[in-house]
Design a protein around this ligand. Structure first.
Ligand code: C2E
Ligand code: CA
Ligand code: CA
Ligand code: CA
Length: 277
């Protein structure tokens, strides 16, 4: 096996060797991120498209790497998943989110909700961290209703990690469920009903097309109508222009998120924004 591994090495182009080396380094360093306090959490505001008010946010993780600078999830989440570190990172993100919700509630924002992303790998673990999440919420006196679990369409199609049972447990605890990246994969209406989701998030790629391509509108316009029939609220991701906003408002889209409103910001900045209306 050793011999085979060495031979395979020759097929890598030089840039692949570099990419592999960086990946191996990051895997090692990732184990220390929580202990070394290198993770950061940002919150991107989600706006009610009727009132224009910020009513929710999404928690987005960053890695403040001592040499490489601030890393986006695209640069380390897949490594975190394949190395199992995603479980510890997910716990950390949840803890930070719960603490932020506690601060916001103390400032009078009782109904404010924050969404946390959960990937398929985080469903591999048994329910142990889920129990500790509930305990933390009780301790901080944050109702589970204030938490939205964001999962992707593809996760619902994945039968390996008992996703359905685990999602049901979150729902029984009164957390809400949001279907992320909607419109990019395959997800039938039957799934929406079966999993009883509270929100769907229209993927940014659908929103980007809005201003250019009229024919593309049919898809997300139909999604909004269907969602409302099923009592599901729709969040549009990646709104960048006033034109996109106007079209989405007209189509009855409930909520929006994107650089037009705000980039992901720190908890302190979020609290400031909410204070100033
Ligand atoms: P996502 O869940 O689809 O999150 C939305 C992404 O779109 C975020 O990227 C956000 O910064 C970006 N975004 C928001 N508005 C705009 C806009 O107007 N224009 C553009 N161009 N981009 C916008 P980010 O923070 O880099 O996160 C990327 C992905 O990483 C997320 O996609 C999510 O799948 C994953 N992720 C982030 N945090 C976590 C986490 O704590 N756990 C897990 N498992 N995954 C995470
Ligand atoms: Ca998300
Ligand atoms: Ca997305
Ligand atoms: Ca995503």
């Amino acid at each position: 096996a050793k011999h085979e591994g060495r031979n395979r090495f020759h097929y890598f182009a030089p840039y692949m060797q570099e990419a592999t080396r960086v990946r191996m380094e990051l895997i090692g360093e990732l184990r220390e991120t929580v202990a070394r306090n290198e993770l950061r959490i940002l919150f991107q505001p989600i706006v009610d498209l009727q009132t224009g008010k910020i009513c929710k946010a999404e928690a987005l993780v960053r890695w403040e790497h001592p040499e490489r600078g601030l890393l986006n999830p695209a640069e380390f989440i897949s490594i975190a998943e394949s190395s199992g570190m995603i479980v510890e990172i997910g716990d950390w993100v949840f803890q930070q989110t719960a603490r932020e919700l506690q601060r916001l509630r103390q400032a009078g924002h009782q109904d404010f909700q924050i969404g946390v992303n959960k990937s398929a790998w985080q469903f591999r673990e048994n329910g142990s961290n889920y129990q500790s999440w509930l305990e933390l919420l009780r301790e901080l006196e944050v109702p589970a209703e204030n938490i939205i679990i964001e999962v992707t369409e593809n996760l619902l199609l994945d039968s390996t990690y008992q996703v359905a049972q685990r999602l049901a447990a979150f729902q029984q605890a009164h957390m809400q469920i949001s279907l992320d990246d909607f419109g990019t994969g395959y997800c039938s209406v039957a799934f929406l009903k079966r999993f009883n989701v509270d929100y769907i998030k229209l993927d940014r790629t659908l929103i980007t097309d809005i201003s250019h391509e009229r024919s593309g509108h049919a898809l997300w316009e139909a999604i909004i109508v269907m969602a409302h029939k099923l009592d599901i609220k729709v969040i549009a991701e990646g709104i960048e222009t006033p034109e996109q906003l106007a079209i989405l408002q007209q189509a009855g889209c409930d909520l929006g998120q994107g650089y037009l409103f705000s980039r992901p910001i720190s908890g302190t900045e979020l609290e400031e924004k909410l204070k100033n209306g």
